[in-house]
Write a protein that binds this ligand. Structure first.
Ligand code: SF4
Length: 267
């Protein structure tokens, strides 16, 4: 088992994060990814997400959507994203990663497949050494077109916090129409991804023995290349949500390695 410190682009701030005000932000110095330039595909005035996770450090979701239908004007166009990236890259040192993240869920964007191709084109022209990553909540992975787009991303990091539909409702609070079983089937159909799993305690929580047993079973079914396990710092979106002690995270990582046979890291 490998257990070592990592970080993410978000989730570890000491206060609720402000929304990104632009399409391109950073570069952010990440211990895991190195210098990473953020690409925000969501609105710059609202947290547009298919989840309303109890631990979200952007605070409560302001536009809780299962899809972009009816809200297309909340998103930047593919051309705007490509132009913003092409304008930003010449002024900075080449980043190691171009990372889709930002305010809400990037795969909700109605043009996500085209944007992945446009970003790859800009990357190939202006910083060919950089890899493209995405931090996704997995809500759209049941759709074949989303999986095909994610297959064109060098490093898809996909959220999987729980192992049951009931825990999914309690922890991730999906928009109506987003089904846990569709996410599990979609992840199982992906050829290569890394899972990111956030554990929180008590009310509600997903770190007790029963919840972890369900979670490890699902990890064994969807079989990511690796699992990144973390907790969160307060303040978070919901009162009563607490961080999980590092020893508990290490125990969960051990079970993932030993029972599911998947490498796990905590950070
Ligand atoms: S997936 Fe969850 S943690 Fe991520 S932005 Fe949406 S609500 Fe916040």
């Amino acid at each position: 088992m490998v257990v070592r410190g990592l970080d993410l682009l978000y989730h570890r701030a000491m206060s609720v994060l402000e929304l990104q005000k632009t399409i391109i932000y950073g570069p952010i110095a990440s211990r895991r990814l190195g210098p990473s330039l953020g690409i925000n595909l969501s609105s710059t005035t609202a947290n547009v997400c298919s989840f309303d996770c109890v631990y979200c450090q952007y605070g409560p979701t302001t536009r809780h959507l299962a899809s972009a239908a009816g809200a297309e004007d909340m998103f930047p166009s593919c051309d705007e994203v490509a132009e913003a990236l092409a304008a930003a890259l010449p002024g900075i040192d080449p980043p190691g990663y171009l990372t889709f993240s930002g305010n809400g869920e990037p795969t909700l964007h109605p043009e996500f497949p085209a944007i992945v191709e446009a970003v790859r084109d800009v990357r190939d022209r202006l910083c060919p050494e950089a890899k493209v990553a995405v931090l996704s909540n997995s809500s759209m992975v049941g759709e074949e077109r989303t999986r095909a787009a994610l297959a064109r991303v060098d490093l898809p990091i996909m959220k999987l916090d729980v192992g049951s539909a009931a825990a999914f409702e309690a922890i991730n609070v999906p928009a109506p129409g987003v089904k846990f079983e569709d996410i599990v089937a979609g992840l199982e159909a992906m050829k290569h991804f890394v899972a990111q799993s956030c554990f929180v305690a008590d009310n509600p929580g997903n770190a007790d023995d029963g919840a972890v047993a369900d979670y490890v079973r699902i990890v064994g079914i969807v079989r990511p290349a690796a699992v990144q396990i973390y907790t969160t710092d307060r303040p978070v979106a919901r009162a009563g949500v607490r961080m999980v002690p590092r020893e508990r995270l290490a125990g969960i990582a051990r079970r993932v390695c030993e029972e599911a046979g998947i490498p796990a890291e905590i950070y």
